[in-house]
Design a protein. Structure first.
Lengths: 308, 475, 313
């Protein structure tokens, strides 16, 4: 139990430190609207990070997630607006495609990193076919949902907490979530106990597809239009978010709450660097440096938890 | 010899069951029935077909020929007949807690409050099998020691879950347990069978077999070569039936003269040139860690070990074998710089040295370029010995290197170690088995990560070792 | 023996490359086969060089990958071209600068992995952001032309073969000998199969890992240097397509992502294929979207074909 707490402490502390530094630089950010602005793009990134976490949970990695989220965004900005039913069916088919992908990867014992690499071309190509040039419009209900102004807590923060709670219940507390993590820990023993690892992997991938779809829809709700490359950086962002949140690449050791916090930290890092008025040349590099710094801090925490 | 398979009181009945892997007859027509109350001791050398038999009974492998029935329950599958297996290699999910692991094994456990039920079942099962254990049901498995993991796994195997277990298969269950905990398990197995359960107990430790088994089944080359009540076997008779003539007991080693001291660690582990030092005590009391620290401290991750010290792994899969490689490459990996000219490996030299060691240590293969995984476990272990001994390192560190090795191989290796020691090599040898420790010139006993006693010559007896393992004050 | 040929992991990438080649040539009825082969060798050479480096890292076992290849290519070529400043007689110095950059990024990557215990994916990703910023800052997007002699070499040919392909071939042969025959290659492959067992067998595993991460960066620097010379200057996004490309050629080439097995000939088959398949889809008039979809499906198809072959063995 203590180890789980240590696993969560790093993301919490790094988010708090970054938040404090931001408020110190820009006290006006310490308000409802300030927070909303800071975490504006956090919701789609958090959802994408959860999607990536589902895959990492079963010891795979998804290099196609960014392309997939872009494709969903393109579908949401076109079909979902013009022909809602068709749009819904397409999105459902995409979730099922993800589940099928998981089943194929397991059944044929394929390296996930390569199959998803191939799929990133497929999703990208489909997105380009649907929306050859940037455009489309978000469905009204989606835009309204994403720009809701709940009392006292900004939408982005409230939604992030909701995502963390729901996925924590699903992955950490529930029985099926435990079995899914078991697949990452020791697939053979899960198989021996009579579970179908094929179905479990399909389920994990299906969940990843579901959260990927949600990420794409949330993104369109915020940006109101889409293009085929809109979320390509989500692949790497989501991987970084999972690791930042205390997850590990192997062994089914993931933390949904940590992943959401990791995604918030990454979002905040970008806003923070804006406030620093850093030369644009160094914006990207500084993001890399923040990432390295936070992960370096992890070293201290893991040492501490080894002693605990 | 066996009851007819139609016996309606049998939990499981095999009729001429066979399993072929290509031309290999891993199981060659076995007829067998197990009834409530049976405790079947299963013995045989590595590759005799024990694991295949187990896997056919528990449904992991479908038989190539013959039948398998579950007359008592009328079930068609092992799981429905409440047949459980506890495997030799640890098979829990290390990232989950003990209770969560029960959830994996117990598919029917559902409901909103499954955690509480799981916790309670695990606790009850642990208390039942290993009274006085200190395992927390909410501890993540990877925070437990190997012995505790094995205990948790055994407890989950015996836990009632939906229905009580009818037959529990234990494959080398005591390999990571120390003597006291192993005794608890044997006691429980006896109680379990007396209450109407059945157990198949596989072990290389014949003492345990005689201790618990009501019947003993001897396998050789995929066939059952003997099946009788345990009382009708003698230790020697059992070894003979398995097809090996091993000398009974181990003689006390005569005192020899050693060279200067060449190993000394801060925790007081020392060794002289030519000495065989045994590390003993209860399993998991810091022996393996002490050896790993010694080896990792004496070698570097940045420079080739260059023949200062070599390591023989006992956990072959984790610490020893390179699974993609041939026997040859596995054997030569530690001596590459010596057989290379300008950093390019000389294949002639490599083949020559490997062939030499194949002959000396008796690795049973037609061709050293066969994959390492084509060998049985015992022969893989011989390759690891060859890898270490082929180097000119003066110190050989061995971390329980005989795990799952059969009696015949052990005798070969004992002889080889003694002859190498006579030539001036130093051995540090951790073992959980007293018979092996008795091969040593000097034995240090570990307790709670520290050395609690040092025994030499005639003092090296099971009794003295146990004393030092448990004794509360320093010897 | 035909069976042993079928078991070669590089076979599939070469078959796929040959099939795409035949399909294009079939469409044009044999015209332009020579030109196509020449172009494939030229463009394939860059993919091959980065692929060779990535292969070393991937052979180290699961989790090992270098995502900083594109940034290293950009940074090395930008700094090298800036140092040369289009002046004649500075080529050796430029190459030296590129190699130094490769050495530095490789060491920096490994330092993050080793000292901070970061997973390589994350370490190289984070570091690549810094390299990218360095490249932007050093040059502000100005395009400096390579010295004429260098540009001539990079676009020229010897014995009818593109010079860049010859360089890539020389690197491949050197690496192949290292992997197959040398002590270092054995150490690498052992470490990739089981790092712990390798350490316990006396192999200097950290030195091996460091060498791999430095080598991949050096190869990326060479590829960037040649590519910038070939295309008339460094561009900030010049390495971008080589991120996925470098991983794709390694896997299509038959190197196992489980580690411990590497495959030099397969890298070439896969590099040629990656160029040819796009040319093929182009010449059949596929749209950009369709081209991507088909490329992805073909990659997956090859991986499935290669894995079922493994299972049959």
């Amino acid at each position: 139990m203590t180890r789980d707490i240590y696993r969560l402490m790093l993301p919490v502390v790094s988010l708090a430190v970054l938040l404090a530094a931001t408020f110190w630089l820009q006290p006006r950010a310490m308000s409802y609207f300030g927070l909303n602005l800071l975490f504006n793009l956090a919701v789609p990134i958090a959802l994408a990070t959860i999607a990536q976490m589902m895959i990492i949970m079963v010891n795979d990695i998804d290099l196609s997630l960014g392309a997939f989220v872009s494709l969903v965004a393109c579908v949401a900005a076109t079909f979902l607006t013009d022909a809602p039913l068709t749009g819904m069916l397409i999105l459902l088919a995409l979730v099922l495609a993800y589940a099928a992908l998981g089943a194929v990867i397991h059944a044929l014992d394929l390296p996930a990193i390569v199959v998803t690499l191939g799929m990133s071309f497929v999703w990208g190509g489909l997105a380009l076919t649907i929306l050859p040039s940037p455009g489309g419009t978000s469905p009204d209900w989606l835009r309204m949902l994403m720009t809701l102004k709940p009392p006292s807590v900004p939408m982005a923060v409230a939604a992030s907490i909701l995502i963390a709670v729901v996925t924590h219940l699903l992955i950490v507390r529930s029985g099926i979530g435990t079995v899914l993590r078991g697949v990452g820990g020791n697939a053979r023993s899960v198989q021996r106990a009579g579970w179908s690892v094929l179905r479990l992997k399909a389920l994990a991938y299906g969940l990843a597809g579901l959260f990927g779809v949600l990420a794409g829809m949330a993104l369109v709700g915020l940006t109101t239009s889409a293009d085929a490359n809109i979320a390509l950086r989500y692949t790497l962002l989501s991987i970084a978010g999972v690791i930042l949140g205390g997850g590990e690449f192997t062994g089914g050791r993931v933390s949904p709450a940590g992943a959401v916090i990791g995604a918030l930290t990454l979002t905040l890092a970008a806003s923070f660097l804006n406030f620093l008025r850093l030369s644009p040349d160094w914006q990207i590099g500084a993001q890399g440096a923040v990432l390295i710094l936070v992960l370096a801090a992890r070293l201290l925490f893991t040492r501490r938890s080894a002693r605990a | 010899m066996t009851q007819p398979a139609s016996d309606a009181t049998a939990i499981v009945a095999l009729t001429d069951a066979a399993k072929h892997f290509g031309p290999v007859r891993a199981l060659d027509g076995v007829t067998l029935s197990i009834r409530p109350g049976d405790c079947l001791g299963l013995v045989g050398h590595n590759g005799a077909g024990k694991s295949t038999l187990v896997n056919v009974i528990n449904g992991t492998l479908p038989p190539s020929a013959g039948r398998i029935d579950f007359p008592l329950s009328g079930a068609t599958a092992a799981a429905a007949a409440c047949v459980r297996s506890i495997f030799q290699e640890l098979s829990l999910c290390p990232n989950l807690t003990v209770a969560e692991n029960l959830r994996i094994a117990h598919r029917g456990l559902g409901g909103l409050n499954w955690r509480r039920a799981a916790r309670q079942q695990v606790r009850e099962a642990l208390d039942m099998v290993f009274p006085g254990h200190r395992i927390d049901a909410d501890a993540t498995v990877d925070t437990l020691s190997i012995a505790e993991r094995q205990m948790a796994e055994i407890a989950i195997g015996f836990a009632p879950r939906d229905a009580a277990a009818s037959l529990v298969i234990l494959d080398e269950p005591t390999s990571s347990l120390d003597a006291a905990i192993a005794q608890q398990l044997l006691d429980y197995v006896r109680r379990f069978c007396a209450a109407g359960g059945a157990v198949i107990f596989i072990s290389h430790m014949l003492g345990e077999i005689f201790d618990v088994a009501s019947r003993i089944l001897v396998m050789k080359d995929g066939k059952v070569v003997a099946e009788r009540p345990a009382t009708e076997f003698t230790r020697q008779g059992l070894v003979d039936a398995m097809g090996h003539v091993a000398p009974e007991g181990a003689a006390v080693q005569a005192a020899r003269a050693f060279g200067p001291q060449i190993v000394a660690t801060p925790e007081g582990l020392t060794a002289c040139r030519g000495e065989i030092v045994g590390l003993s005590g209860l399993a998991g009391h810091g022996q393996a860690e002490a050896l790993a620290r010694l080896y990792l401290g004496a070698t570097s991750s940045w420079r080739s070990a260059g023949g200062r010290m070599v390591f023989v792994a006992g956990d072959r899969g984790r610490d020893g074998i390179f699974p993609l490689w041939s026997i040859l490459r596995n054997a030569s990996v530690s001596i590459l710089p010596r057989i290379a000219r300008r950093a390019i490996v000389d294949p002639a030299k490599e083949g020559h040295i490997a062939a030499d060691w194949q002959r000396r240590i008796g690795i049973r293969t037609a061709d050293l370029s066969n994959p390492i995984l084509s060998l049985s476990g015992g022969n893989q272990q011989k390759v690891l010995f060859a890898r270490a001994l082929a180097s000119d390192a003066p110190v050989v560190v061995m971390d329980d290197p005989m795990r799952g090795v059969d009696v015949g191989t052990k005798q070969d290796v004992y002889a080889m170690i003694r002859s190498e020691a006579a030539k001036g090599r130093t051995f540090l040898w951790y073992s959980t088995e007293t018979e092996e420790v008795c091969q040593c010139d000097r034995v240090v006993v570990f307790r709670n990560g520290r050395i609690s006693a040092e025994l030499t010559g005639a003092d090296i007896t099971e009794e003295r070792i146990l004393q030092a393992s448990f004794q509360m004050e320093e010897a | 023996m035909p069976m042993t040929l079928l078991q070669k992991p590089w076979l599939w990438s070469w078959l796929a490359a040959a099939a795409s080649f035949a399909l294009i040539v079939g469409l044009t009825e044999g015209r332009g086969a020579g030109g196509l082969a020449y172009a494939a060798l030229s463009f394939g050479a860059f993919a091959a060089i980065v692929g060779l480096g990535q292969m070393l890292v991937i052979s180290l076992g699961p989790g090992n990958v270098d995502l900083s290849i594109p940034a290293t290519m950009t940074l090395a070529s930008t700094l090298a071209l800036k140092a040369m400043g289009s002046e004649p007689g500075t080529v050796a110095m430029g190459l030296g600068v590129a190699l130094l950059v490769g050495l530095a990024t490789g060491l920096a990557n490994f330092a993050l992995i080793y000292l901070l215990r970061l997973p390589p994916i994350i370490a190289t990703l984070a570091a690549s952001l810094v390299y990218q910023s360095l490249a932007i800052w050093s040059n502000r997007g100005l395009r400096i032309r390579p010295p004429a002699a260098l540009a001539e070499f990079a676009t020229g040919r010897s014995l009818g073969v593109p010079n860049v392909a010859l360089v890539a071939l020389a690197l491949s042969i050197a690496l192949w000998i290292m992997l197959e025959r040398s002590v270092w290659g054995r150490w690498l492959l052992a470490s990739g199969q089981n790092l712990r067992a390798a350490r316990l067998a006396g192999i200097p595993v950290e030195a091996v890992r460091a060498a791999c991460y430095v080598t991949v960066s050096l190869f990326a620097a060479v590829a960037g240097f040649l590519l910038a010379s070939f295309s008339g200057g460094a561009a900030l996004n010049m390495g971008q397509e080589y991120l996925l490309m470098s991983i794709a050629v390694v896997v299509i080439g038959g190197t196992s992502v489980a580690g411990g097995a590497s495959n030099v000939p397969g890298i070439w088959g896969a590099s040629l294929f990656m160029f040819l398949v796009v040319s093929m889809l182009n010449s059949y008039g596929a749209s950009a979207g369709l081209r991507m979809v088909l490329t992805g499906l073909i990659i997956i198809g090859i991986v499935i074909a290669a894995s079922t072959r493994r299972a049959l063995r």
